[in-house]
Structure formats: structure tokens, C-alpha cells
Design a protein around this ligand. Structure first.
Ligand SMILES: Cc1cc2nc3c(=O)[nH]c(=O)nc-3n(C[C@H](O)[C@H](O)[C@H](O)COP(=O)(O)OP(=O)(O)OC[C@H]3O[C@@H](n4cnc5c(N)ncnc54)[C@H](O)[C@@H]3O)c2cc1C
Length: 512
């Protein structure tokens, strides 16, 4: 049994490769788990991407003489039902660093297999190490996995007798019985799933688009083209991280006469390293899904709330044009670039002073590419909860002036402001009534609060909390467990390399 999870491909797939090489009959299985789709960080848009990827995976398996069996329910129920028809002696799959739910599901599955005398074997698909003993050795392990040879897709897959016509009352041959979702906000501009789409994106990125990567990934106007856009394909495994990394490396080596391209590809490859560096944090400390990385910082704010501020932020109604434009773009397309993700999360945590968890869950649901191991540590980092990174409070107006100077992005996503000239587009609340009548904009909401004043208060509150409540021991623990081993001064993922990132209030706490 090959159990597909977030690895929806046949290429460079060690469990499938291994199973096919054994020469024994193989059952490829995907389980649609209704309980999973009720979790607060899941949504229909993520499922639709998976559904498209499953259809393509099935076609690839059919070409090789097999097919994908899709089961609705629990994996252990699938295994016990299938066992009545087929002699299952081994379950193989990729290791998954997900949230608490998938971790417990995997534990239960391993336990069930042990009880039944079924061998259970997992492979790594990323450079993430389970039960890592020493963070200092992590880079070596990462390099070993990412630089090792890719595995070819099996030429043929041998099915067990009776598999072709196999049907039971539970599993569906197709995915027509979609699960029930707790979150179903439409996403008309969502990226399409499936490996072919992933391959096209990778090819266009390596051939052409990557030349602008180093320079154009921060502005929401240029980022959709300059960024690789591979994130959902990495998150659901239609492409392997290793093939992307190795493809980027080979292209970079052939681009020695094109310094922009070469530099951009080096920078891109470092993001693939961050991918695993971040996931390793959740792997090492699964509690990060529920509480702050710096445990003492969790008490900074009282628990999750459902305030009007939260709702305004969630709906793109804060009154700060760039923040609202990003949120509305995200509703529509399920993706936004790193800098804007960081800014909207930081605005929720600092200026709006919201507890990190509800905004974090809202963003998770909006991201088609939701990857728990990147998401929760990033949410906390952008909320000042790691205790080891510089505190970065974004000024939404300066970010807007810098990254959307002419207001093109704002006008696209906030039709209420479409008629405003450049001079007012970033601060519409400063217009007089007469100017509002002339240019429009009077239907756009007033800001939740004075963002500068709110940023100052947040900084003060965090500063005094830190002085009174934060121990050196806990900070050292976080640094020891999660800190990058690149050198004493941490360069934050997403930072341009400038000492003071542009567009901030430049308030800094927690510098290591
Ligand atoms: C609050 C917040 C939440 C985030 N949640 C997610 C998430 O759920 N899923 C997700 O894939 N990314 C997440 N990111 C990281 C990053 O924003 C996205 O990976 C990136 O925007 C995806 O677009 P891309 O594939 O075009 O990126 P590219 O810039 O082309 O990068 C290629 C790949 O490198 C990895 N990567 C890039 N930037 C980062 C980073 N800063 N940290 C870790 N890995 C990185 C991703 O796998 C990405 O697909 C989050 C960032 C923030 C600030």
C-alpha cells in the first residue's frame, strides 16, 4: 500500500519507487479525511487544488497500469476494510510535519499497523529531520537529502488481483464526494493544481521569470510574476523540493554570463532552504501550532478574541489601503507575496493588537499553499513572539508609498478608491470633504485607529513586558532549539539585506 498524502506525484517519490521495485502488487491510496477538513486552518480552496492534483495523479498511475484508490473516512478504517480483500503486508508513505491532528493520525496508523503485523515505512520528502538531536548537524542533513539523486517514476505498477474492479460501499473511484468544509469562501483566481501546472511554472520561472526574482518580489504589483509561484505545488507535492532545487542549481550554473539571473537563482535556492528550516521548527516543537515559540511571550495578550477589529482586518476593511488591498487580493487568489504576508500579519499583531492565533488561522484558510510548518513559525515571527528575531513593525503607509507608489494595486482591489489621484491613494482619510466629493473615496471606511500611535503603544507594551516577564533562560532555549546556525547575527527570511528594511518605523527589539 502506497499512502499518498502531501506528495501527489509519481516522479521522485521514494515510497512509490520502492514499492514498484519490490516487484510486488501495489495499492496506491489517497484518503479524504472529513475530520481534517473541519479543522480551523483548512478550507475548500486547498481541497480544490488537491482534487485537481489527484485527478492528474490518477492519470499518471493509469498509464503505468494501476489507478488511485480514493477512500472517504479514516486511514485505519480504509486499511482494515481493504485488508479483507487484499493481502496488505506493508504500508509505505512520506513523513509529514503537519499539525497536531495529522501527527496523531500518523501515530494511530503506525500503532494500528504494529498491532496487525503490517510493516509501516516512511521516507523524508524534505530536508526535515524527525527526532533531531542536534540543530548544529541540521544543515548537513538538509544538503544530503536535497542534493541526492532524484528517483525516476516507475515504468509500470503491478496491481493485486481484483483491484481493477474493486469497489466497496465506502470508497469512491473519483473525488466526486467532496468533504464538508468549515470554510468555503470562493477563490476565483486560485492557482490550478496538478503536476503539469507545476512543471509549467517551474519551466517559465527557470527560463525567464527568475531574472527578476532578486529585485521584484517585494512589490505586490511585480511579485506575482517575479516569484516562482511554486508554493502550492511544494505544499501538496506535485513537484519534489529536490527537483526544484536541482533544476534551479543547474540553470544557475548555465547562466554564468547572466549575473542577474544567477544571483536571483541563488537567492531562490536559499528560500528552499528556509522552507525546511521553518518546517523543522514545527517538527521539533509541535506545540507551536497552539502557543508562542517564546513561551513567556504567550502571556503578552489575553486569549483569542473575535473583536470588530479582527473582523475588519479579515474582510479587508481596516481603512489602510495597502493592508485592505492585500487581504482582498488574498480572498480572490489564495496567494500573496512574502512581504505582504508579513505586513498584514504584523499589522494584526501590532497596530490592531490582536492575539496571533485567530489572524494566523484566517490566513491559513486563505492560503492555497497552507503549509503548517512554515505558517505557524512565520505567523509568530511576524508577531514578535520568537524572542530571538528583531521586532519588525511595518508602517502600512510607508510600505504603500514604497511598494505601490502609483496605487495601481490599491485601485485594482479597492474599487472605492479607484478614482483617487496618487497623492491621496495611500492616505484617503486625510482628504477634505470637498476632495472626497471630487475624487470619490467617501464610501471607503475610516482607519481603525491611528497607525503610528498604535505602533508606538505596541512597541512600548512589548518593551515593558519583555523587561518584566521574559527570562534569559527561555530566550536561550528558543535560540538553541530553533535559531539558524549561519552565524551570530540572524538575517530574517524576507529581509532584503539592507541593515534597516525600508518602510518600517525602524523600531527594533530582541536583536540577538
Ligand atoms: C505570515 C506568513 C505565513 C506564511 N505561510 C506560508 C504557508 O502557509 N505556506 C508557504 O508555502 N509559505 C508561507 N509563507 C512563506 C512565503 O510567504 C511563501 O512561501 C511564498 O510567498 C510563496 O510564494 P512562492 O512560491 O512564489 O515563493 P518563492 O519566493 O518563489 O519561494 C519558493 C519557495 O521557497 C519557500 N519559501 C519562500 N519564502 C519563504 C519563507 N519566508 N519562509 C519559508 N519558506 C519560504 C516556499 O516553499 C516557496 O514556495 C508565509 C509567510 C508569512 C510571512
Amino acid at each position: 500500500m502506497v499512502w499518498f498524502k502531501r506528495d501527489l506525484r509519481v516522479q521522485d517519490h521514494p515510497p512509490l519507487h520502492y514499492a514498484a521495485e519490490l516487484g510486488e502488487a501495489v495499492i496506491p491510496l489517497y484518503v479524504i479525511e472529513p475530520e481534517y477538513w473541519q479543522l480551523p486552518d483548512t478550507s475548500r480552496r486547498q481541497w480544490l487544488f488537491i482534487e485537481e492534483s489527484l485527478a492528474e495523479l490518477n492519470r499518471e498511475l493509469l498509464k503505468r497500469g494501476s489507478r488511485l484508490l480514493i477512500w472517504h473516512g479514516r486511514i485505519t478504517d480504509a486499511l482494515s476494510a481493504l485488508r479483507k480483500h487484499f493481502n496488505i503486508n506493508r504500508v509505505v508513505c512520506h513523513q509529514e510535519t503537519g499539525g497536531q491532528w495529522t501527527y496523531k493520525r500518523d501515530e494511530a496508523t503506525i500503532g494500528w499497523c504494529q498491532e496487525q503485523g503490517i510493516e509501516f515505512r516512511e521516507w523524508r520528502q524534505f530536508g526535515v529531520v524527525r527526532r533531531l538531536k542536534n540543530r548544529d548537524l541540521w544543515d548537513t542533513e538538509w544538503n544530503r537529502v536535497i542534493k541526492s539523486d532524484q528517483l525516476s517514476a516507475p515504468g509500470s505498477i503491478h496491481s493485486p488481483e481484483g483491484f481493477e474492479g474493486f469497489e466497496t460501499s465506502q470508497p469512491a473511484q473519483t473525488t466526486k464526494h467532496a468533504p464538508e468544509f468549515s470554510h468555503t469562501r470562493p477563490c476565483p483566481g486560485r492557482q490550478i493544481g496538478g503536476r503539469q501546472q507545476g512543471e509549467k511554472l517551474l519551466a517559465s520561472f527557470l527560463e525567464r521569470r527568475c531574472a527578476g526574482y532578486q529585485y521584484n518580489i517585494s512589490s505586490p504589483n511585480t511579485a506575482p510574476r517575479a516569484c516562482s509561484r511554486l508554493s502550492p505545488h511544494i505544499a501538496y507535492g506535485t513537484l519534489s523540493l529536490r527537483e526544484i532545487y536541482q533544476g534551479a542549481k543547474a540553470t544557475g550554473q548555465h547562466s554564468s554570463s547572466l549575473p542577474r539571473k544567477k544571483k536571483s537563482l541563488t537567492s531562490f535556492r536559499s528560500r528552499l532552504h528556509w522552507h525546511c528550516h521553518f518546517i523543522q521548527k514545527l517538527e521539533d516543537e509541535p506545540e507551536l501550532e497552539f502557543r508562542a515559540m517564546h513561551r513567556e511571550m504567550e502571556k503578552l495578550k489575553s486569549g483569542p478574541d473575535n473583536s470588530e477589529r479582527l473582523q475588519r482586518w479579515q474582510e479587508g476593511q481596516t481603512g489602510w489601503p495597502l493592508v485592505d488591498a492585500c487581504m482582498r487580493a488574498l480572498h480572490h487568489s489564495g496567494w500573496i507575496n512574502f512581504r505582504m504576508r508579513a505586513m498584514i500579519m504584523a499589522v494584526a499583531s501590532y497596530q490592531l493588537w490582536l492575539h496571533w492565533r485567530d489572524p494566523g488561522l484566517h490566513l491559513a484558510r486563505l492560503f492555497t499553499d497552507f503549509e503548517p510548518g512554515i505558517h505557524y513559525p512565520q505567523v509568530q515571527m511576524q508577531s514578535g513572539l520568537t524572542g530571538i528575531n528583531a521586532l519588525r513593525i511595518y508602517n502600512p503607509v510607508l510600505q504603500s508609498l514604497k511598494l505601490d507608489k502609483e496605487g495601481e494595486f490599491i485601485r485594482r482591489w479597492i474599487p472605492e478608491l479607484a478614482g483617487l489621484p496618487e497623492v491621496w491613494i495611500h492616505t484617503p482619510w486625510l482628504m477634505t470633504r470637498a476632495q472626497q466629493q471630487r475624487f470619490g473615496g467617501n464610501t471607503y471606511i475610516s482607519p481603525v485607529c491611528d497607525h503610528e500611535q498604535a505602533a508606538r503603544s505596541a512597541r512600548k507594551a512589548i518593551g515593558s513586558f519583555r523587561q518584566q516577564q521574559v527570562s534569559r533562560e527561555e530566550t536561550s532555549r528558543v535560540l538553541h532549539t530553533h535559531g539558524s546556525r549561519k552565524g551570530p547575527v540572524q538575517k530574517r527570511p524576507g529581509a532584503s539585506g539592507n541593515k534597516k528594511p525600508p518602510g518600517d518605523y525602524q523600531l527594533s527589539l530582541f536583536d540577538e
